[in-house]
Design a protein around this ligand. Structure first.
Ligand code: SAM
Length: 244
């Protein structure tokens, strides 16, 4: 490698093996050539979520096509944190920001959920997936989170895996402070954040019937949905040890 710490990281679908070669698709070639202005021989890091992180060099590149030569594995694949975030979609711009930051904070699955008071029901899934991929590239993650199709709150509750706790962020008196709820029970978690208008009372009543649901408080102030999501992720990662 010509540089000790190459700035460029690229997520690839291809398998990564010693002395392997990888063909770049048109979008990747365009990005490396036109946006990053890389030339043949340039060094970069690549990962695919399965084979760790590899040092690679550009073997050829034009605006429509390109190829990489894989040199050596720099980091083996590691188990990533197992934390899901379900959230009512919010306006474009803020949802992009939410997906980017949640990816940086190590979320493993993002689940857009349509609730009674959700105002934004159309989600540009490919755009959110691209945000997640770019944030993973930038933050030195070895994988990218799954971003699922939007689903109704009812469907989310019906299909939720029984062994994973669902911590529903709700500004209501019976909610336990999030750090306490996390300390009281170890295991796999998902967080659910409501829309700007909050959950409807009947939605909270229905959620309460599922044994894997607990209601959690994020403090005395009403947070915007994206603030609530990121605060909840940060606290969960810190308390469950994913930051140690
Ligand atoms: N208009 C709603 C109300 O006053 O009830 C506020 C909704 S808040 C902007 C959006 C979402 O963030 C809520 O549905 C909840 O999931 C979460 N949230 C915000 N502040 C919270 C807090 N202090 N505790 C728990 N959840 C909170």
């Amino acid at each position: 490698m010509s540089r000790l710490k190459p700035a460029t990281r690229l997520y690839l679908e291809a398998d990564l093996v010693r002395d392997g070669t990888v063909e770049l698709d048109r979008a990747q070639a365009h990005f490396l050539k036109t946006v990053l202005r890389l030339e043949s021989g340039a060094s970069l890091l690549v990962f695919n979520g399965r084979d760790g992180e590899w040092e690679a060099s550009v073997s050829f590149l034009d605006k429509k096509a390109g190829g990489l030569s894989l040199e050596r594995q720099r980091r083996p694949q590691e188990a990533s944190s197992d934390l899901w975030l379900a959230f009512a979609p919010i306006k474009a711009g803020r949802i992009d920001w939410l997906v980017e930051k949640a990816t940086e904070l190590g979320v493993s699955r993002l689940l857009p959920v349509i609730t009674r008071r959700t105002v934004v029901e159309r989600v540009k899934l490919e755009r959110l997936q691209a945000n997640a991929r770019e944030a993973a590239e930038q933050s030195e993650r070895l994988d990218i989170p799954d971003v699922l199709e939007p689903q109704s709150l009812d469907r989310l509750l019906q299909s939720w895996p029984a062994e994973r706790r669902l911590l529903v962020a709700a500004e209501r008196q019976r909610a336990q402070p999030l750090p306490e709820a996390l300390a009281s029970e170890l295991g796999a978690y998902g967080l659910l954040i409501g829309p700007e208008g909050g959950f409807a009372p009947e939605e909270l009543e229905r959620a309460a019937r599922f044994p894997f649901v607990s209601f959690v408080s994020l403090g005395p102030r009403i947070l915007r949905a994206e603030t609530a999501a990121l605060a909840a992720l940060a606290v969960t990662q810190a308390v469950t040890g994913a930051w140690s």
